[in-house]
Structure formats: C-alpha cells, structure tokens
Design a protein around this ligand. Structure first.
Ligand SMILES: Nc1ncnc2c1ncn2[C@@H]1O[C@H](COP(=O)(O)OP(=O)(O)O)[C@@H](O)[C@H]1O
Ligand SMILES: [Mg+2]
Length: 154
C-alpha cells in the first residue's frame, strides 16, 4: 500500500488580509520502500507539505491517505524535524529513543528502541548510555531518526 495525497491545498491565515497560499493542488503517491526528494526554494511549501502529509496540519481541501486511512494516527507517518538537538530531553540516548514506543505502550518497547538504534548504525552500547547532548551533529540527527523509527511508522 502507499501514502496517497490528492489535490492538497493549504493557506495560512486563510480568513485574514495576510492569507498566504502555501500548497495549491499538490498530488503525489509514495510507495513502500520508495524515496522521494522534494526540492524547492525557501518558502515554496516543503515544510507545509510535510506537515499536511503527516497529519499535523489538516488541508483546506484534498486528502491524504496512508493505506487508505488518515495519516494522523500513531504508526502511520513518522516525521523528523530539522535541528534534532533541540528535541532531546532524556539523560541517555536509549531513554530518548524509548520515549515514543513507551508512550505508545509497545509491549516490546525496549526491543523497538534497540532495533531503531541498530537501523541508524548506533547499536553500540557506548551510544545507548551517552547523554544525547554530547553527540556530534550527525550522530544527533541519527538518534532523532531512531526516535521516530522506534514508533514503527508505516
Ligand atoms: N505558521 C505560518 N504562518 C503563516 N505563514 C506561514 C507559516 N509557515 C509558513 N508560512 C508561509 O508559507 C509558505 C511556505 O512555507 P514553508 O512550507 O515553511 O516553506 P519551505 O519549507 O519550502 O521553506 C511561505 O510563504 C511561508 O512564509
Ligand atoms: Mg522548510
């Protein structure tokens, strides 16, 4: 199955004098295992598209379906924001990655966190116990990705 976006529109401040259309009729399909790069000038709507695709923002018109269902439920769409170091809060890398699966009450939360760290090549026990605030920029980005993968989004 796939993520299917159909004719999305989104306008910030729609009912105000400052109305700024950010998405106008965007349609796309993401297949499992596929990779799609969205490239565009600053302000062209990339971040808005990501927010709508993940269900953080509801489109003004059009639809997003993941395997035929709304994207906003846990387990459907994971989203990794820029500047991951601003999102860390736990004392160790493992605790930080554990937050999502624990919050979702996964019975195998520990395994989900370890699998996620392994999938970003940070399975090494040395990393699990490190403070996330001591990581390099690239390591921090990978831990942030692991934190999302640990929730097993489709
Ligand atoms: N919270 C907001 N309120 C009003 N306008 C916004 C908001 N966020 C983004 N915009 C505007 O929407 C347009 C698209 O922004 P954005 O999706 O962040 O672009 P990109 O990620 O491609 O740089 C820009 O004109 C931007 O100024
Ligand atoms: Mg952006």
């Amino acid at each position: 199955m796939a993520l299917v976006a159909d004719t999305l529109t989104y306008t910030y401040g729609a009912s105000t004098a400052f109305a700024a259309p950010a998405l106008k009729g965007v349609s796309l399909t993401l297949e499992p295992g596929g990779l799609l790069l969205v490239v565009g000038a600053t302000g062209s709507g990339k971040s808005t598209l990501l927010r709508v695709l993940s269900g953080l923002l509801a489109p003004d018109s059009g639809s997003v379906l993941v395997d035929g269902e709304a994207p906003g439920e846990p387990g459907r769409v994971g989203i990794v924001f820029q500047n991951p170091e601003t999102q860390f809060f736990a004392e160790t890398v493992l605790e930080d990655v554990l937050f999502g699966p624990k919050n979702l009450r996964f019975p195998d939360a520990g395994q989900a966190a370890r699998d996620a760290l392994a999938s970003v090549a940070l399975a090494d026990a040395e990393f699990a116990g490190r403070s996330p605030f001591t990581l390099s920029g690239g390591e921090a980005r990978r831990v942030a990705v692991a934190g999302v993968l640990a929730m097993r989004p489709a």
